[in-house]
Write a protein that binds this ligand. Sequence first.
Ligand SMILES: O=C(O)c1cccc(C(=O)CC[C@H]2O[C@@H](n3cnc4c(=O)[nH]cnc43)[C@H](O)[C@@H]2O)c1
Length: 250
Amino acid sequence: MVLQAEEGRLITSAPHVLVATAVPAERDAVARAFPGTTKEVRLPGVTLHRVDSSGYDLLAAGVGPALAAASTAAALTAAALAGAPYGLVVSAGIAGGFRPGAPVGSLVVADEITAADLGAETADGFLPVTELGFGAVSHRPPESLVRAASAATGARAGAVLTVSTVTGTATRADALRDRHPRALAEAMEGFGVAEAAGAHGVPVLEIRAVSNPVGPRDRAAWRIGDALAALTEGFGKLAPVLESWNPHDD
Ligand SMILES: O=C(O)c1cccc(C(=O)CC[C@H]2O[C@@H](n3cnc4c(=O)[nH]cnc43)[C@H](O)[C@@H]2O)c1
């Protein structure tokens, strides 16, 4: 933790971290990792849950990359205009896990956040937007942070895909695996959160607890309660890492 002098006083500067989940149940699972209570902070376009006496703001940013990006950008802009910009954005929640690397109940941390369906379908297969001459399809979280997060939480490190459509067939799961052999999980927000963070020059991390296998749709088999419990436990171990991480280590 950094100590700074301000008007002759020494103050501790807690990290200012924005944690973006998709839904309130995931936000509340993250909140349970902290001893303090939260208070609501209403801003234009978003409502934050600020964890008392910490540098953490929790945001249920919405499902899917577009709403997640819009909500995250609104929170980042509000903080920057208030003169208290975030130093880190964390995309957190549940996810589908690719077998055998990411079984249900396990944790995954992204060393690569990749938009898996942002591009064009052609007769010769899928082309990412980058091959069409536009934008980006991947963001890379800081290596030192990924390593430390993985060591502290036991999360496996690998690619986490962002999709707009949840995979529901073995054929689609195989196609994603072929295109992204390093993929451990798929979820729906990471790339949107990372695009917003990138636009503000803020580093991003993504951590996911696996609620279901990626493959044939069987919503009844999703283990959401177990995944939310793993998310709470994992975030409890992650928080000290975020607090001691030095962005200049990378
Ligand atoms: O119904 C509930 O109680 C409940 C509690 C927490 C979360 C949910 C969600 O439905 C969250 C949707 C969220 O989950 C991610 N996700 C999970 N599995 C997959 C998957 O196989 N493929 C893609 N995304 C997945 C995703 O990020 C969604 O936003 C419900």
